[in-house]
Design a protein around this ligand. Structure first.
Ligand SMILES: Cc1ncc(C[n+]2csc(CCOP(=O)(O)OP(=O)(O)O)c2C)c(N)n1
Length: 249
């Protein structure tokens, strides 16, 4: 691993050689000694372009998480915190240019713990508003972070994709087996409106046909916590993602 930042990105200790140096300089030096397949970069770029075009079909899929993520990028927020699991993947797949937001996430160890509190930390920056994009399990994991938001009067807009459990597991081959929900998805059936209001925060269920960007920008003006809940369907989302990746949409 070549890393100019020297910030220990090797938590599992699986990298055997860590070179702390400027990446470009190391590549330049190495290319004097090793024959470089220059077509590799071209092929890589070509595939990236093809995939980008396939993902751009998301523009018409108004019930799919990727579509909401694109809209969030068009909002007036200055920073986005994306939760682990599918949220960070949706951002990675469906970001569109120009990309004028600061993005924070929890890659590396990939935990879903501490999500709300970390996003709250991001929201303490002096200027600009923050949006947290999260799934329901990650949200539940750190729900008591909402107390801190109240006592410290911190602003945060949460876009909560509620698919009643961990949707990422639907991509596994075990999906559909008898004990799958019990062991993987862990559906909970929680009713978020009363929970969020119980903490003293604003809640909004997004209904079909509502102007999402408008709802988002109103919430961003508020300077307190608003949770916008969007109910999604795990199975449909997996099907859509797979079709987009294969270029079948
Ligand atoms: C602290 C912690 N516990 C368990 C996991 C394993 N895990 C990875 S993704 C995931 C499901 C997350 O579900 P949700 O937040 O609803 O997001 P979705 O998969 O629906 O996008 C779980 C439990 C983890 N990453 N971190």
């Amino acid at each position: 691993m070549i890393d100019s930042l020297s910030c220990h990105r090797n938590p599992l200790k699986t990298t055997i050689l860590e070179v702390i140096a400027n990446e470009k300089s190391v590549i330049e030096i190495l290319s004097k000694y090793v024959e470089v397949d220059r077509t590799f970069v071209e092929r890589w770029r070509k595939f990236e372009q093809i995939q980008k075009e396939r993902f751009s079909r998301v523009e018409t899929l108004r019930e799919y998480e990727g579509w909401f993520v694109r809209e969030i990028l068009r909002s007036s927020a200055e920073a986005i915190f994306v939760s682990s699991s599918m949220s960070v993947r949706y951002l990675d797949y469906f970001y569109s240019e120009p990309f004028n937001k600061m993005v924070f996430c929890n890659r590396g160890v990939n935990g879903i713990d501490g999500t709300f509190s970390t996003a709250l930390g991001v929201s303490t920056r002096k200027k600009g508003n923050t949006i947290l994009i999260t799934g329901d399990l990650a949200f539940i994991h750190d729900m008591n972070g909402m107390v801190l938001a109240k006592t410290h009067e911190l602003p945060l807009v949460v876009v909560l994709f509620n698919n009643d459990g961990g949707g990422i597991f639907n991509y596994l081959p075990q999906s559909g087996t008898e004990t799958f929900n019990y062991l993987f998805t862990t559906s909970h059936g929680l009713e978020f409106e009363s929970i969020i209001r119980g903490y003293g925060h604003h809640y909004k269920a997004l209904s079909q046909g509502e102007n999402f960007l408008e709802v988002l920008n109103i919430a961003l003006e508020r300077k307190s916590v608003t949770v916008i809940e969007i109910k999604t369907d795990r199975e449909k989302s997996v099907e859509t993602t797979k079709k987009l990746i294969r270029g079948e949409m």
